[in-house]
Design a protein around this ligand. Structure first.
Ligand code: F6P
Length: 328
């Protein structure tokens, strides 16, 4: 392992996700294990620019593995997109004696890290943290598994009231660019239709599908809609459209929103976070730079940050077919 890195900074950036605290804990403890100093940065790149740092040791991260959110807070920084902002951030890191950093976040946060590393030659390592699972180079991002469980649980509850009243529910879930959450919870919660950004079902086919479902004897239905869906209408417009065209249905909308980003991380996310933190620190210490740690075939891997940012995370098309078969 390298002896040039003596102090590593860690921070969370962009939208938070369950498991971020477990990842902070892992980075801090891996540093302690290798006798490297560790400093936490509050509020992502904003805090880096302002020098909002806190020395962390193994005990500073006790009792957080099971906590949602992030003890280091998170932010999206406009200032870090500017040359002046990054210069201030670099000055603050140098003043603090930081030799390398680990950023826990999504593609926007990785783009910032990459540019910064190119400009200042500081080694950086990314840990993918977002519930959307929209990052290339890992089968799972931190928080995705927890969010799936949270959403399935919510839809199960919506199903209870939907079936009591013979209603059709449109349930909007997060997923700005990809439909991982919608597709998986759609199958997991037995939705009648799943609308995702990767596939434009079309309004006519949606109506056909709902008619078939009604004719097959179903009295209530759940349609899961990813927020980035391309059908051309938002969930409220979809409700109006279906009510106009299928007067037999009483329709309701439920937008799950930010509750999907909260809550205690699942065991899977805690284990993943622990593995990713160790991999990030040990990769930096062995001279790796500008990469993101990821999970592939149950192994920890490294993907260059530019590929992680540019690459497309693909949904599992087999799941769409499984969903069609299940809704026969
Ligand atoms: O974390 C990603 C995400 O959950 C997206 O699905 C969603 O569009 C976005 O965050 C909303 O984030 P915010 O309200 O923090 O801007």
């Amino acid at each position: 392992m390298s002896n040039t890195i003596k102090k590593i900074a860690v921070f969370t950036s962009g939208g938070d996700s369950p498991g971020m605290n477990a990842a902070i804990r892992s980075v801090v403890r891996a540093c302690a294990f290798h006798q490297i100093e560790c400093v936490g940065i509050y509020r992502g790149y904003e805090g880096m620019i302002e020098g909002d740092f806190k020395a962390m040791n193994a005990r500073s991260v006790k009792g957080i593995i099971n906590k949602g959110g992030t003890i280091l807070k998170s932010a999206r920084s406009k200032a870090f997109r500017t040359t002046e902002g990054r210069k201030k951030a670099h000055d603050a890191l140098v003043k603090e004696g930081v030799d390398a950093f680990v950023v826990i976040g999504g593609d926007g946060s990785f783009t910032g890290a990459m540019i910064f590393s190119q400009e200042y030659g500081m080694p950086v390592m990314g840990i993918p943290g977002t519930i959307d699972n929209d990052i290339y180079g890992t089968t799972h991002t931190l928080g995705y598994d927890t969010a799936l469980n949270t959403v399935v649980d919510a839809i199960d509850k919506i199903r209870d009231t939907a079936s009591s009243h013979n209603r059709l529910f449109f349930v909007e879930v997060m997923g700005r660019d990809v439909g991982h959450i919608a597709l998986n919870v759609g199958v997991g919660a037995g939705a009648e239709e799943i609308l995702i950004p990767e596939e434009d079902l079309g309004l006519e086919r949606l109506l056909e599908s709902l008619r078939r479902s009604k004719q097959s004897g179903k009295s209530s239905s759940i349609v899961v809609v990813a927020e980035g869906d391309k059908i051309g209408k938002n969930v409220f417009q979809l409700k109006d459209y279906v009510e106009e065209n299928m007067t037999e249905y009483e329709v309701r909308v439920s937008v799950l929103g930010h509750m999907q980003r909260g809550g205690s991380p699942s065991c899977f996310d805690r284990v993943l976070a622990s593995r990713m933190g160790v991999k990030a620190v040990e990769s930096l210490l062995s001279g790796e730079n500008n990469c993101m740690v990821g999970l592939k075939n149950d192994l920890m891997t490294l993907t260059p940050l530019d590929q992680a940012v540019k690459g497309k995370s693909k949904i599992n098309m087999e799941l769409l077919r499984v969903s069609d078969i299940m809704t026969v």
